[in-house]
Design a binder for this molecule. Structure first.
Ligand SMILES: CC(C)(COP(=O)(O)OP(=O)(O)OC[C@H]1O[C@@H](n2cnc3c(N)ncnc32)[C@H](O)[C@@H]1OP(=O)(O)O)[C@@H](O)C(=O)NCCC(=O)NCCS
Length: 466
């Protein structure tokens, strides 16, 4: 490390699942397992590339501030910002408003869980929001050496981005200064994000008459995420994700799954509203909705940078797809196979070759990340096809994906009228034999392929009749 302004040490990782230093910890431990540290950082790289330039709306309730997790969240958000992710933060303030009301001896009124904001309550809402906003701005301004905020220099911008209207009188109840979002100034938010600032929003909106309205945190978050067409809406709340009626946490849900859970009642009632908010955002064009627990330190980082995540992710489309590759996948394929080319498991394929032959490839994609690939090279004259470059990312092996890719290549071969599939391998012979391939001599290869056979590599030839 040659920059003297950076910490000279980094946290030790006892295993790849351990979280970085807890908030307030200094980065003082030596690297105890250099190889694990490097492997861990490299495993995170695909997610860093995938999230760069994307827009995330992160909403958290006032309870997060109460339980003392604000500094940790701000540090994690600053890290995302440094990675080129555009962030809109929306904070809640319900417990802080309650505290203000109590302090002033004012009774709180709710109807169906919604606060009735009379003029006195509105003052408390403004005071609570102002206080939290200042705390957040202060937290983003930290920069002490030997903390995750060293060199951070994060700019935070708040403003009148949300126009509100009164909720009105419902069933005879006047909600007074409780409002709903009427419009979001998406252009101004996008402009601010493009200028490398984090946008910070309070659950307050303003009407053209110049009045302030108390808004639901989730309403602001969903409306903003929908209007700026965010890539992700992340709600951080008390629930640890969406659970079904049996109490099972559902790490990933499609829109179809979500609709089904709500229509059949197969959902923990505590999670139904949050799921509806996420669905509202996804229906309006947000690609992913996440529900994360405030109780877990680093939940945001774990959700965004690990395959399994920690809460629930709702996807507008199916998250995982096995599909034929397109030109956009070239970079992902290269990243996936590079380590295997380096250790000699796979033959080196220059980028131009992959670009030229991209139509031969099938890929496995999860949330924009290519974690598996295989290619089919047909030799129609011999009625044969070559299964090549079969790879599953080291982190995702042994879930049957290698076999799924192989089967897809088999059906592509059959569709071309080929009757036999062959593979050349130096290390994975047993895997193929277990799946119906049989050893064969090099002479069994189609003549054009035989001429290219690398006698130094001495790959084993295996053939399967389709
Ligand atoms: C081979 C490979 C694609 C399998 O991917 P995968 O998603 O783990 O495959 P599956 O989950 O379908 O199969 C896992 C099984 O294969 C076994 N396996 C993995 N690598 C193996 C190998 N080199 N030899 C024999 N068996 C192997 C696992 O132990 C597991 O066994 P089990 O089913 O008895 O538990 C993956 O290991 C890989 O990418 N390897 C490096 C690249 C390579 O060698 N490609 C083939 C050359 S073309």
């Amino acid at each position: 490390m040659d920059d003297p302004s950076l910490p000279t040490t980094v946290p030790a990782f006892a295993d790849t699942a351990s979280a970085p230093a807890a908030p307030g910890d200094t980065l003082s431990s030596p690297i105890e397992h250099p190889a694990q540290f490097v492997a861990w950082l490299r495993n995170v790289a695909p997610y860093v590339h995938a999230h760069r330039g994307k827009t995330f709306v992160v909403a958290f309730n006032g309870e997060l501030v109460e339980v003392g997790r604000l500094t940790a969240l701000v540090q994690d958000v600053s890290l995302l910002h440094a990675m080129g992710i555009r962030i809109v933060l929306v904070h809640g303030s319900r417990p802080q408003v309650q505290a203000q009301l109590k302090l002033k001896g004012i009774e709180a009124h709710f109807e169906h869980g919604v606060r009735i904001t009379d003029p006195a309550a509105l003052e408390c809402v403004k005071e609570a929001a102002g206080e939290i906003r200042l705390d957040i701005e202060a937290a983003f301004s930290q920069g002490l050496p030997n903390t995750p905020m060293a060199n951070a220099k994060v700019r935070v911008v708040s403003g009148n981005f949300v126009t509100a209207r009164p909720m009105g009188i419902i069933n005879g109840t006047d909600f007074m200064h409780t409002g709903v979002v009427r419009k979001v100034d998406a252009d101004a938010i996008k402009f601010t994000l493009a200028n490398n600032a984090i946008v910070l929003l309070s659950p307050l909106g303003f009407s053209p008459t110049g009045e302030a309205f108390n808004l639901m945190l989730e309403d602001v978050a969903v409306s903003v995420a929908s209007s700026v067409k965010a890539d992700k809406l992340i709600l951080i709340g008390e629930e640890d994700g969406v659970r079904d009626a049996a109490g099972e946490l559902r790490p990933e849900l499609s829109m179809v799954d979500a609709e089904k859970m709500l229509s059949t009642g197969d959902i923990d009632p505590a999670d139904a509203d949050d799921l509806r908010y996420l669905m509202r955002a996804c229906k309006a064009g947000v690609a992913r909705g996440h529900l994360l627990p405030i109780g877990l330190d680093g939940a945001l980082l774990m959700e965004l940078f690990t395959h399994s995540g920690v809460g629930t992710m709702l996807a507008r489309e199916n998250l995982e797809s096995l599909r034929e590759a397109t030109a956009d996948d070239v970079g992902g394929i290269i990243k996936l196979i590079e380590p295997l080319e380096a250790d000699g498991t796979l033959v080196k394929r220059p980028r131009e070759v992959i670009e030229r032959e991209i139509d031969h490839f099938t890929v496995l994609e999860h949330d924009g990340f290519i974690f598996g690939c295989a290619a089919l090279y047909p030799f129609p004259a011999a009625g044969m096809g070559e299964l090549a470059c079969l790879t599953v990312h080291a982190e995702y092996r042994e879930y049957g994906d290698g076999e799924r890719l192989m089967k897809r290549i088999e059906s592509r071969a059959k569709a071309l009228g080929l009757t036999r599939l062959f593979v050349l391998t130096t290390r994975t012979g047993h895997w193929f034999i277990k799946r119906g391939f049989a050893p064969a001599s090099v002479d069994s290869l189609p003549i054009e392929r035989l001429q290219l056979y690398n006698w130094q590599r001495r790959s084993q030839v295996l053939i399967k009749t389709l």
